[in-house]
Design a protein around this ligand. Structure first.
Ligand code: PMP
Length: 423
């Protein structure tokens, strides 16, 4: 179906929702999206309450890596939770989940499960401060590490400020903000401040603003510098983990961090995050010297979801299929852009790529480069795609799942074509 749809029921429900919930949404990330109410998701498809269908390339901002409601994971979780949900104690499934997860990512000795990426990032930073006895950390322009006070920032002209009213400004100064993919900038900062820095935290592939790979040799240099100054290197793999390959970005780039955070793709859509790392650092949680807690950590539901997701990766790894789909989709979008006289650019990896509008066809390598694109123009385009039945994020990221096949590819491209024709 490629005609413009009606959203009457969503609009009515949105008006009602706004009386109950600020902005009608439960996460501020959704404030800028079309306020569509979905009724159902299966595989690569979504259906809204007006009966419109969508090929989904947003995947709930990433968790739907195996598609919506994957039968094997749903069955495993349902069967497990019939026996109970939260014990405030241990259960065998969490051991299986931990073992399979560590085998999948390959490099880490130990893991703690949590619920959200935001909280495991905080666990990693706390652990790094405990290990080093230092306070500050280095982070990078355009990288997102959750919504809490010490990591949420707005960057303008390389200056980081609190992004939210009510946020403690002082926490923003716990970190030094640097341009990413720039070894000289890190080198110069550490030459001056190296002995004060507990951690360097980054997305090893920058997915939150663009889909940008590290430059040749950059991460190796970061690793060397962290070793030189006794700094804990944290990779935030909440998006990349188990998505860009089973071993995540760490496997792809061949550089090993000390700690890494995971979420989204590791649990087939269920709310699970993980903090993994070196045994000698992780041991501080085990002795109780460093606190990491949470009522819902490794619930039966989440352990079952992780274990089943890892089993799926072992028995039916989706990476080659996703790669083929993603590459064809990227090519198709560029071609449609050209045919409609639109400077549509794509870059990144087929599992998660970034689309933008810009006259310069060369890929960008950092946050500054992204900001030279027509971001507002693309956000409008994403809304138009939604009206024509392709559900994508306004910030340009396209996620491909194990459930996207040739039929979805053809349908998505024909819908994008129709959307572009309507302009
Ligand atoms: N780190 C990264 C790299 C992320 O992309 C996100 C979420 N998009 C987070 C941390 C925070 O995760 P959550 O939304 O689950 O708290």
């Amino acid at each position: 179906m490629t005609t413009v749809r009606s959203f009457e029921r969503s609009e009515a429900l949105r008006s009602h929702a706004q009386t109950l919930t600020p902005g009608g949404v439960h996460s501020n990330v959704r404030l800028a999206s079309p306020k569509i109410f979905f009724e159902r998701g299966k595989g690569a498809w979504l259906w809204d309450i007006d009966g419109n269908d969508y090929v989904d390339y947003l995947l709930g901002q990433g968790p739907g890596f195996l598609g919506h409601a994957p039968d094997d994971i749903t069955d495993a979780v349902t069967e497990a939770v019939r026996r109970g949900m939260v014990y405030g104690a241990q259960h065998p499934l969490e051991v299986e989940a931990g073992e399979r997860f560590l085998a999948a990512v390959g490099w880490a000795d130990q893991v703690r499960f949590g619920v959200s990426g935001t909280e495991v990032v905080q666990g990693a930073l706390r652990l790094a401060r405990a290990v080093t006895g230092r306070r500050r950390f280095v982070r990078f322009e355009g990288h997102y590490h959750g919504w809490l006070d010490n990591v949420l920032v707005t960057v303008r002209d390389h200056e980081a400020t609190a992004a939210s009213k009510g946020q403690l400004d002082s926490h923003v100064h716990d970190s030094i903000m640097l341009p990413w993919n720039n070894a000289e900038a890190l080198e110069a900062t550490l030459a001056e401040h190296g002995s004060e820095i507990a951690a360097v935290i980054m997305e090893p592939i920058m997915f939150n603003t663009g889909a940008v790979l590290p430059r040749q040799g950059y991460l190796e240099r970061v690793r060397e510098l962290c070793d030189k100054y006794g700094i804990v290197l944290i990779f935030d793999e909440v998006i990349a983990g188990c998505r860009v390959g089973l071993q995540g970005a760490t496997g792809l780039v061949g550089v090993t961090p000390d700690l890494a955070t995971y979420g989204k793709a590791v649990a087939g859509g269920w709310p699970v995050a993980a903090l993994a790392g070196r045994a000698d650092y992780m041991a501080l949680f085990g002795t109780g010297e460093v606190n990491h807690s949470g009522t819902f950590n490794s619930s039966v539901m989440s352990a079952a979801a992780v274990a089943a997701t890892m089993r799926r990766f072992e028995t039916d790894p989706p990476y080659e299929r996703i790669r083929a789909h993603g590459l064809a989709l990227m090519d198709g979008l560029v071609e449609l852009g050209a045919r409609h006289g639109l400077p549509l650019r794509v870059q990144g990896l087929p599992m998660a790529f970034h689309a933008s509008l810009g006259e310069d066809p060369a890929p960008f390598h950092d946050f500054e480069g992204l900001n030279k694109r027509d971001l507002a123009g693309y956000a409008e385009l994403a809304k138009l795609f939604a009206q024509y039945g392709v559900w994508v994020a306004g910030r340009g990221i396209w996620y491909v799942s194990a459930a996207h096949g040739p039929a979805e590819l053809e349908e998505a491209l024909s819908r994008v074509d129709a959307a572009l024709s309507s302009r």
